[in-house]
Write a new protein. Structure first.
Length: 88
């Protein structure tokens, strides 16, 4: 199911996800784009799990293990889609 965003809410969510990763992992914000592959930043599985746990806490979501979350955009799409489903 594709995520449906208004331009403002998607932009705000991108900023929030970028800030979350910046705070948790110390990556400069300028390096965190929607298309940024976390593996290219040197993140290992433990780093990604740490981000997933923080996303789950912050957005009150449960992210199944089989969901591929490789880029900043993957996190944004997942949060946007599932946050809307929870609100419905």
């Amino acid at each position: 199911m594709p995520a449906v965003f208004s331009p403002v809410s998607r932009a705000a969510l991108v900023r929030q996800v970028r800030a979350l990763i910046h705070r948790r992992k110390g990556v400069e914000l300028r390096r965190l784009r929607v298309s940024t592959d976390l593996n290219e930043l040197g993140f290992d599985l433990i780093d990604v799990v740490d981000i997933i746990l923080e996303v789950e806490r912050r957005y009150d979501l449960t992210i199944p293990d089989e969901v591929p979350l490789d880029t900043v955009g993957d996190f944004v799409r997942y949060i946007g889609c599932h946050r809307q489903l929870a609100a419905a």
